[in-house]
Design a binder for this molecule. Structure first.
Ligand code: GLC
Length: 799
């Protein structure tokens, strides 16, 4: 067992790519996800959390009470009752919260699985939670071992609280929901079935009831059951912490309609010293009546469960093995080979749908969010990227504008008017084509939202380009519209020009030109180049403040982010790294500009979003950032998404020491050492880290589903390690710390495994002097892709 970066609450295990939590009383609730292509479950380190199938608003299965105290209720609990001492406890610490000193607890946070082990009262329990690769269900695989020296007679009680599946109705229609639930115990299977009516309509006045079928079942069959929350708890003055059924050590054997349905199954058994008992619980759902029994029986034997778990782990291992690095820094390797990729892969799928801060009833897929999320892990999940890109392109309207958010399942599309949105997909599609070589995708016809009319992916990108060009302001820079990437810098005057969107537009235009040239669609390339040059010129004149780019220019002349600003921030981060990424600035001037970013915005956690938060409410002149407490979120925190762009920008300038340092400020291993200050999961990135004047400097919030995930992954893999997909082959352009003597990388690219050794005899940060592919020298730093080869050996020498 390997241990990296041991901290007060846990450590990283690079061999299994797990983070191991070693005590349950973490400063906040720490989460993970279990899922397959259809069923998604969020699970905390003490087993709390929600689950759903396909869509968190419509097909919700397990309830989770947000903004609630106690936090993190309810969960996938397993209670124990000792029939001699009548001691009661819970196998995942929550919800009974036994004295921490008496619990030997670990939680292995794995790739879509969670193993929570506990030794308490001379009994060891271990629960492996996961979602099998196929089906609509989750598995809780429990092992109970008697570690004491006497025979023990125990009862275990599982607990799963079902939500009415229409999550919106569950919240808003309490008058009705407790009266539409149907549940029964099926003696033949030993299963509790929950058959509620589910409103899959789009709102309270658009009812569309269908019946869905949920279940909770176990192997072996239970000795008792309780299907009603109130009966399980005993009365309405109790909670999950002291349920009467558990305290008494006997189930109610009751299951009836109405009320609040749960699944609780009891197993009464006795264990000789050293003996282990295994019980596998499964909770899931089906959309038709016949289906639930079939689903409930799939994993009824232990062999099938073991096989499913092995398949899940093997699948993840295979995907993560597609990019594995070995550098002189084991902490860097540990995070890049593990959680950096894992989190980025999760955001590809989940967008901003369900997290500790997103409860799945609001926005589903954010247009700009998902466009960026796809870029991080395309090499490992091209099929997910393709599917998401189809949905994203489908949300570009005929006039080239994008819908800011949308839900492909319920076919609902949000508003338009955020003028950064339509600029993102060209970058993502460009990345997708370079990664996969799938140029056919550009010709694929995709329907316009809500219609059967279709147009090709490439034409949609052209429409978006034309729309973006149209929406320039009085200085020829791109207008902001409702807001640019920064949601809360949204002045009332929509004609406000944004230097961020202008830079993004340039990057997007370059990406489109590359796609056009690569596929011979060159008709408009000259015109697009002219547009690029024009915007670039304006950025470097009107938009340039002397040492950095301004942030926005309002039609009334007010400038955000200028050295002349009084009482407002003089510099904002967003346009600076993007100007580098878009090729709008380069060389020494770019370096000096990024030096200013570090000098004025740098912190041990990353770069702050601006150097002075807003302090006065001004919705019309500034926007909703002015209601955010100074030092938090977009109002002055280290907003990790924007701050992660700095890693890539520095890497592109070849300043490897800086790129590496900025990456390490955000690395899980670094945060793990400051876990008490940072509070949230150190193993993944969060949205923002609070900064002065907020009094809790270094506190993280809004973890997991954040745009920083993809950009941190890109910063490490394509920036620092410099391994980028190119149209004709793999490009190697590392920007590493000068002291590294080299590194080694295994990278899969279009079905070929590249084993790359980078040597750095002259201790430089950047610059490829020689590339040798399978023993032969090749010019430049692109390894031409040969689909016939399964494995390619590359030696790159820097200097
Ligand atoms: C949130 C939003 C994202 C936005 C960012 C900055 O993360 O999901 O769309 O770009 O905040 O405001």
């Amino acid at each position: 067992m390997a241990i990296v970066a041991k901290g007060r609450y846990g450590y990283f295990d690079p061999e299994t790519r797990e983070y191991v939590i070693t005590r349950p009383d973490t400063p906040r609730i720490w989460h993970n996800y279990l899922m397959n292509d259809s069923y998604v479950a969020m699970i905390s380190h003490t087993a709390g959390g929600v689950s759903y199938d396909t869509d968190p608003r419509v097909y919700r299965l397990l309830r989770y009470r947000y903004q609630n105290v106690p936090y993190d209720r309810p969960g996938r609990y397993i209670y124990l009752h000792d029939h001699r001492s009548h001691a009661c406890w819970s196998a995942t610490w929550a919800p009974m919260h036994m004295p921490v000193e008496q619990c030997r607890y670990t939680c292995r946070v794995g790739t879509n699985y969670q193993i929570i082990a506990m030794e308490f009262n001379g009994i060891r329990t271990e629960v492996t939670y996961f979602v099998p690769p196929r089906g609509r269900q989750e598995i809780w695989d429990l092992r109970v071992t008697n570690t004491s020296s006497r025979r023990r007679t125990l009862s275990t009680f599982s607990y799963a609280e079902f939500a009415f599946w229409g999550a919106l109705r569950d919240l808003m229609n309490i008058d009705n929901t407790p009266n539409i639930s149907l549940q029964e115990y099926h003696r033949d299977l030993g299963a509790i079935a929950h058959h509620s009516w589910n409103d899959i309509g789009t709102g309270l006045h658009d009812m569309h009831f269908v019946q869905h079928y949920g279940f909770h079942i176990s192997t072996p069959r239970p000795s008792g059951y309780t299907g009603d929350r109130d009966r399980f708890l005993g009365d309405c003055y109790r909670s999950e912490k002291d349920p009467l059924v558990v305290l008494r050590g006997r189930s109610e054997d009751y299951c009836g309609n109405s009320g609040y349905p749960i699944g609780s199954l009891e197993h009464r058994f006795s264990l000789a010293p050293g003996q282990t008992r295994r019980i596998v619980y499964r909770t899931g759902m089906a959309r038709e009546k016949k289906g639930w029994r079939r689903e409930a029986l799939v994993y009824r034997d232990f062999v099938a469960v073991d096989r499913a778990f092995a398949a899940l782990r093997a699948a993840w291992r295979r995907r993560l093995d597609m990019f594995q690095v070995k550098t002189p820094d084991p902490e860097f390797d540990c995070v890049v080979n593990g959680f950096v990729q894992y989190q980025s892969a999760m955001t590809m799928r989940l967008s901003r749908s369900i997290s500790p801060y997103e409860w799945g009833i609001g926005r589903s897929i954010g247009f700009r969010d998902s466009s960026q999320d796809q870029m991080g892990m395309l090499h490992a999940f091209p099929e997910v990227g393709r599917r998401m890109l189809q949905a994203i392109i489908g949300a570009i309207r005929e006039d080239g504008q994008a819908c800011h958010d949308f839900n492909p399942l319920t076919r609902s599309w949000g508003v338009s008017g955020f003028y950064d949105d339509h600029n993102w997909p060209a970058l993502t599609v460009n990345q997708y084509v370079r990664e996969t070589g799938d140029v056919k995708f550009l010709g694929e016809k995709i329907a316009f939202q809500g219609t059967s009319r279709k147009s090709a992916v490439f034409d949609r990108l052209v429409a978006a380009q034309d729309f973006a060009w149209k929406m320039r302001g009085q200085h020829g820079l791109l207008q902001t519209g409702c807001a640019d990437w920064n949601d809360s810098l949204n002045p009332g005057d929509k004609a406000t020009e944004s230097l961020f969107t202008s830079a993004l537009y340039c990057a997007s235009t370059r990406a489109l030109i590359e796609l056009a040239e690569h596929t011979g669609r060159t008709g408009q390339v000259a015109a697009w180049r002219k547009r690029y040059d024009a915007v670039r010129r304006q950025m470097n004149t009107v938009g340039w403040d002397g040492a950095w780019y301004r942030r926005m220019i309002r039609p009334d002349g007010f400038v955000f982010g200028s050295r002349k600003s009084r009482g407002y921030a003089k510099i904002f981060i967003e346009p600076q790294p993007w100007a580098v990424m878009a090729g709008v600035i380069g060389g020494r001037r770019a370096e000096k500009m990024l030096d200013q970013v570090e000098k004025r915005l740098g912190s041990p956690w990353g770069h702050r979003i601006m150097d002075l938060p807003f302090r006065k409410f001004d919705m019309e002149g500034v926007g909703s950032a002015t209601v955010v407490t100074p030092g938090n979120k977009e109002n002055g925190a280290v907003f990790n998404h924007a701050s992660a762009w700095m890693i890539m920008a520095e890497a592109l300038l070849g300043r490897g020491d800086r790129a590496y340092e900025y990456f390490m400020r955000k690395a899980g291993t670094t945060k793990n050492r400051r876990a008490d200050v940072y509070e949230v999961e150190p193993y993944v990135s969060c949205q923002f880290v609070s900064q002065p004047p907020f009094h809790r400097v270094g506190r993280g919030r809004n973890q997991w589903l954040t745009g920083s995930a993809a950009w941190i992954a890109l910063g490490a893999m394509q920036g620092i390690l410099g391994c980028r997909p190119g149209f004709s082959g793999l490009v190697l352009d590392p920007s590493i710390p000068a002291k590294w003597p080299g590194f080694e990388l295994t990278r899969e690219f279009r079905g070929t495994t590249y084993h790359i050794v980078v040597r750095n005899p002259r201790r430089v940060s950047h610059g490829v002097a020689k590339t040798v592919v399978d023993g032969a020298k090749v010019p430049g730093n692109t390894i031409p892709h040969d689909p016939k080869k399964k494995r390619v050996e590359v030696v790159v020498t820097l200097g």
